[in-house]
Write a protein that binds this ligand. Structure first.
Ligand SMILES: Cc1cc2nc3c(=O)[nH]c(=O)nc-3n(C[C@H](O)[C@H](O)[C@H](O)COP(=O)(O)OP(=O)(O)OC[C@H]3O[C@@H](n4cnc5c(N)ncnc54)[C@H](O)[C@@H]3O)c2cc1C
Length: 414
């Protein structure tokens, strides 16, 4: 049998792509190394799945070229994702920052999507990695001349275990190497690179940051508070998170929490982390308030910040002084400590703790329909493409949006 399309990867991108293509009447093979489709989807959002977001915009994503999102997010909007959830029988709730969570385990969504694929006639090849994936010979396009004894190879082929799968088109929806303990890897990105595609090396994002052992705020693990995070690199200081304020958690090894996971999307080795501990209250205004004057500096800080953090932040020479007695220089020094606390992370917690990996197939290697510019009939969708969302359901949304986009562009054989 020659399939119209073989899709490698039964995550949200591959599942939706397979279902939609099969509903259009294409014959579809869906290949995954796991026995169960949607393994990463099942653990998303702590098992609940933050599926999409009300605030979908290009600035919620990172990548070398994110311009494709302008059309992709129009073609598959938040309402489309909610419609999909309705169709799957998955109720949802909206939480802060526009986040939409499913009200059943995220594994439910994976199971229902797989069932819909089954109903639409998708053939599953599960439990084996796709091996020996080969494209048609360059001369082997349907209209190309025959040559040699057996003629050119006209189709894509691959092996799932002992089974050979032959298809006119291939979609690579193999995700990223984030969470290798779930079997994630970058083999198919390396294969695509060997076929001439421009690729951006994967790096862990949505990941806690590790601080040096002796950093000034060590020993505060367990404390969590709302902050604004900046990053300082060779081009200066930026405050990249479009949401501004989110919570930070001190851990044994450094910092985590939504603010840090989001900042990790832009963080690169050598960049300093800048923490604004009182993002909504200018320290200089606080110091200038009449009621503050009679307090000692340490107590003033402890009224606004967790006590242990206030103790650690407050310089010893100012801690016991009355606020009213502080001169301009000391006031500026305190404001700087509270609003511009700067530290150099030692690194990230790595791919094992990352919810995603930035990088992947460069958009320059793909058409606006996510077809390869180098190998006709080869498509990419989902996290393997160099588009990575911030925290908030953006990655699953991109997986669905790009999977739906590719399904529309696939051609049915004669
Ligand atoms: C712990 C965790 C929590 C997360 N929470 C959220 C969240 O709440 N919201 C959100 O938006 N995002 C979340 N994400 C990210 C999100 O899960 C991914 O971005 C999304 O699943 C990517 O979808 P995908 O279809 O592109 O790839 P994947 O879901 O990774 O699916 C790729 C599939 O390809 C298969 N595969 C790979 N190589 C081969 C091969 N050679 N042969 C056969 N099969 C292969 C894999 O087995 C896998 O099933 C989370 C990620 C993690 C790790």
């Amino acid at each position: 049998m020659i399939y119209d399309v073989a899709i490698i990867g039964a995550g949200p991108a591959g599942l939706l792509c397979a279902r939609n293509a099969a509903r259009r009447g294409l014959s579809v093979a869906l290949i995954d190394s796991h026995e169960d489709p949607g393994v990463k989807l099942a653990v998303a959002g702590g098992g609940k799945g933050n599926i999409t977001n009300r605030i979908l915009a290009e600035n919620r994503y990172v990548g070398e070229d994110t311009s494709i999102l302008r059309s992709a997010l129009k073609a598959f909007s938040c309402d489309d994702a909610l419609e999909l959830m309705r169709e799957l029988g998955l109720p949802w709730e909206e939480r802060d920052f526009g986040q939409i969570f499913g009200l059943k385990p995220a594994s439910f969504m994976a199971e229902r999507l797989a069932l819909q694929c089954d109903d639409a006639g998708v053939d599953f090849f599960l439990g084996h990695s796709a091996k020996n994936v080969t494209p048609p010979d360059a001369e082997g396009s349907e209209s190309g001349p025959a040559f040699g004894r057996s003629g050119p190879k006209k189709h894509f082929t691959l092996f799932s275990g002992q089974e050979k799968v032959t298809a006119r088109q291939i979609v690579i929806a193999a995700g990223s190497p984030a969470c290798p303990q779930l079997g994630a890897n970058d083999q198919l990105l390396r294969l695509a690179a060997s076929w001439g595609h421009e690729t951006i090396p994967f790096r862990p994002v949505l990941v806690p940051l590790v601080m040096p052992e002796n950093w000034p705020l060590s020993g505060l693990e367990g404390i969590s508070l709302n902050v604004r995070l900046g990053l300082k690199g060779s081009t200066g200081l930026t405050w990249p998170d479009p949401e501004g304020i989110r919570s930070l958690l001190f851990t044994h090894r450094g910092v985590s929490g939504p603010a840090v996971l989001v900042a990790s999307c832009w963080w690169k080795p050598g960049m300093e982390l800048v923490i604004d501990f009182l993002p909504e209250l200018p320290m200089l205004d606080l110091l200038g308030e009449k009621e503050s004057g009679k307090l000692i500096v340490r107590n003033l800080l402890a009224r606004r910040l967790p006590a242990r953090l206030a103790d650690t932040l407050c310089p010893e020479d100012l801690a016991r002084r009355k606020v009213a007695e502080l001169g301009k220089k000391d006031r500026l020094r305190l404001a700087d400590i509270v609003h511009r606390f700067t530290a150099l992370p030692a690194g990230t917690e790595g791919l094992r703790r990352a919810e995603a990996a930035a990088g992947g197939i460069a958009l320059s290697a793909l058409t606006r329909r996510l077809e390869s510019r180098h190998v006709p009939g080869l498509y990419f969708c989902g996290e393997i493409v160099d588009i990575t969302g911030l925290l908030g359901g953006y990655n699953i949304h991109w997986a669905f949006a790009s999977g739906a986009m590719v399904a529309k562009g696939l051609k049915k054989g004669e």
